[in-house]
Design a protein around this ligand. Structure first.
Ligand code: CUA
Length: 319
């Protein structure tokens, strides 16, 4: 079946194949592409050839009046039927592999939200827009959304699944190449849909263990350092710059603490702990001049008091 393997000629045509299933999907896709090309040549080529061959040559030219040919009709129905049934069986086989969740997989919880991916490991480690997994290990993602429909898509693994609020959906993969892969949101989910990206890192089992161990120390870090982690996990940086005064979707937070903020339809306010608290929990209460209402999701109920303090302490250190 390697004959159909687009991977050989893929370099820029298809993304890297990060799993065995990706190679299987590409083989099937390659077969469909080649089979379609051959059918197209036979059909269109045959049509043009016969139009030319049986064209009227003189005014009195009368070709025999042919109504049908049972054997030919049987052939051109039966051969495609066999091919289609073969493609169905082949597709079913690959899809079955793709959708049968392995037992004893490493399970990771995934949350989609406008507009970031959050990951939660069983040990309690949380990451934002970053998922780290060991190589050659079955990994099962248990996914749900905190707001609207999203879709979790790893092009290099050829897998994609809707992420739906109020219910769980799942995906699994077994990455056989180490490296970094892209994760996209493949369901239009609002203003920053195209920025809803994550990185999937496939590392050795030893590196994975070390990483998980290091991440589980977060609870013992000083508040501001913890805040920096939460800032990353909640993907705050995709809308708020923490390193310069660049204006992204939201106002920058760099050197902002203690300064005056111009607010839409109200008097200026000093950026203090209370203002930050309110702006995180209920962002629509006071909108910074020049920005839009309703863009930032409310974090009410999503952060503990300690996490909130850690975030505020972190924002205070941005100078
Ligand atoms: Cu989430 Cu598009």
């Amino acid at each position: 079946m390697m004959w159909f393997n687009l991977a050989q000629a893929q370099s820029s045509f298809m993304p890297t194949e990060g799993t065995k299933i990706a190679a299987q999907v590409d083989n099937l896709y390659g077969f469909l592409l080649v089979a379609s090309l051959i059918s197209c040549v036979i059909l269109i080529g045959g049509m043009i050839f016969f139009v030319w061959k049986y064209r009227r040559k003189t005014n009195n030219d009368k070709t025999a009046y042919i109504t049908h040919n049972t054997f030919l009709e049987f052939l051109w129905s039966f051969i495609p039927l066999v091919i289609f049934l073969g493609v169905f069986a082949w597709g079913w086989y690959v899809y079955h592999d793709m959708r049968s969740m392995p037992k004893n997989a490493l399970e990771i919880h995934v949350f989609g939200k406008q507009w970031a991916w959050e990951f939660e490991y069983k040990s309690g480690v949380k990451t934002g827009n970053l998922i780290v997994v060991p190589v050659n290990k079955d990994v099962k993602l248990i996914m749900t959304s905190k707001d609207v429909l999203h879709s979790f898509y790893i092009p290099s693994f050829r897998i994609k699944q809707d992420v739906i609020p109020g219910t769980y959906t799942a995906l699994w993969f077994n990455a056989d190449k180490m490296g970094e892969f892209h994760v996209f949101c493949a369901e239009f989910c609002g203003t920053q849909h195209s920025g809803m990206l994550a990185t999937l890192k496939v590392v050795s089992q030893a590196d994975y263990d070390a990483w998980l161990e290091e991440e589980s120390q977060v609870g013992t870090l000083p508040l501001a350092k913890r805040g920096e982690k939460i800032f990353a996990v909640k993907a705050c940086a995709s809308c708020h710059s923490s390193t310069d005064a660049a204006v992204k979707v939201g106002p920058p937070l760099f050197k902002k603490f203690g300064t005056l903020e111009h607010v839409e339809g109200a008097a200026d306010v000093t950026i203090d702990e209370n203002y930050l608290r309110e702006s995180i929990l209920n962002p629509n209460a006071k909108i910074t001049k020049g920005f839009q209402k309703g863009v930032m999701p409310a974090f009410q109920g999503q952060l503990s008091e300690t996490e909130l303090n850690a975030l505020i302490e972190y924002i205070k250190t941005l100078k």
